[in-house]
Design a protein around this ligand. Structure first.
Ligand code: PMP
Length: 413
């Protein structure tokens, strides 16, 4: 087995983006991997190849190139199935991203609740958590027949699991929660949470946007009903997401967005739909993006993922220890289990100012509320500086971050 240093050096070569210079010649130190991961060369080549030789719309073309593009698109579905260990490949639905997938679920499931409710004035209760990304709050708030209850967080940014049983009543029908927080990194103990919720008959939805690229995600082991993620956080192009749903759940789920490609028969007064996944893939999908996702997953599966992911954890520990040493730095989110996301604030300096000063050193971090207002409120901060490490980052880059943070503090004092 290659040493970790060799493996990281090798994997870095696969990302041309990492050789980019900024501000007229500074090497780029890229730590915004929770917002967007760069793509390896194999993904760039796949996009080029689709537009050079396989440029065709899929599914209904009877000619050679269209059949070939369709085969590649459906092979990508099988690759995703394998990557998250779904039982059937028709449990994989390609979407434009996590946000759209969660909106589809919120609309379709609330319609299901409305159709089966025998009391129009009584709202169905659902559970979210206070650490959700806005994408897993707003779509549910838009459904007027739902009453949302929130599982709170403890001071360290872990969920307060003791509060969960009290939140579940006879009116509670669903829980939707994040696997790993995008703003503070907390990994939620899904097996424990999902087991309890399933024992009460709840529908279970997992937002795996920040976990699927950084730890094993196995939908059969988790036994969740639905799981969603976006491709641009897993070394693939933007504009593609995955909605996984158990076969029997997807069969029951109503269509909320119809059109070409999803139908069996359209008459002027009614439409019948194809079985999943086609039922949920109306319109021309992001074909090149899906092929890019296929290549990104191939790239990941051809690497020693446990070794790469362990390196991310080592970077997190190394950076946490080093930043904690700096006077005035407060780490936001100190859960025992975290993905490689490190959020912090500095006493007396706005996170946006830190972000700008780090950029002057060529360091790309995110300084923001990270689309998690309730999480920011919990920690009583307006925003945080977030360094999100990928396996291609190095301890030397973390050293640059630590040095630049010290320098930024010095500038302000
Ligand atoms: N959930 C989480 C945990 C995320 O990190 C993000 C993206 N930051 C989203 C949802 C939304 O994903 P997208 O913007 O790709 O739809």
């Amino acid at each position: 087995m290659a040493t970790t240093t060799d493996a990281i050096a090798k994997v870095r070569q696969e990302f041309p983006f990492l050789r980019r210079k900024v501000h007229g010649g500074l090497p780029l130190t890229y730590f915004d991997n929770a917002a967007m991961t760069p793509v390896p060369s194999i993904v760039q080549q796949r996009l080029a190849s689709y537009y050079q030789s396989d440029t065709a719309n899929i599914h209904r073309g009877l000619y050679y190139v269209s059949v070939e593009a369709t085969r590649q698109y459906e092979d990508a579905r099988k690759r995703v199935q394998k990557f998250i260990n779904a039982k059937h490949c028709d449990e994989i639905i390609f979407m434009p991203g996590t946000t759209i997938a969660l909106n589809l679920l919120a609309q379709a499931i609330s319609a299901q609740f409305a159709a089966t409710s025998n009391n129009d004035s009584e709202k169905t209760e659902i559970i979210l958590t206070t650490m959700e990304h806005h994408s897993n709050i707003v779509p549910w708030q838009l459904q007027t027949n739902l009453c949302i209850k929130y599982l709170p967080m403890l001071a360290n940014g872990e969920l307060d699991l003791d509060a969960l049983p009290q939140l579940i009543s006879s009116k509670t029908k669903l829980i939707s929660l994040v696997h790993a927080s995008n703003s503070i990194g907390t990994i939620n103990p899904l097996p424990e949470i999902l087991q309890l919720c399933k024992a009460h008959g709840l529908i279970t939805i997992v937002d795996a946007a920040q976990s699927v690229g950084h730890m094993p995600v196995d939908v059969q082991t988790l036994d969740c009903d639905y799981l969603v993620f976006s491709s641009h956080k897993i070394y693939a192009p933007t504009g593609v997401g995955v909605l996984y749903g158990k076969q029997d759940m997807l069969k029951q789920l109503p269509v909320v967005s119809g059109g070409g490609g999803s139908i069996k028969q359209v008459d002027l007064d009614k439409t019948s739909f194809l079985p999943p996944p086609a039922k949920f893939e109306a319109g021309t999908p992001n074909i090149s993006g899906v092929l890019g996702l296929d290549s990104a997953l191939e790239f990941l599966m051809n690497n020693d993922l446990p070794q790469l992911w362990q390196h991310e954890q080592d970077l997190l520990s190394y950076a946490t220890a080093a930043l904690q040493e700096i006077d005035g730095v407060r780490i936001i989110g100190t859960a025992r289990q975290k993905v490689s996301i490190l959020s912090f604030v500095i006493a007396g300096i706005h996170p946006h100012d830190i972000g700008t000063l780090l950029d002057f050193e060529g360091i790309a971090v995110r300084a923001s509320h990270h689309c998690t207002h309730p999480t920011m409120k919990h920690f009583k901060v307006p925003a945080t500086v977030r360094a999100a490490f990928s396996f291609f980052n190095t301890t030397a880059e973390v050293d640059l971050l630590v040095k630049a943070v010290s320098k930024a503090i010095h500038t302000f004092r």
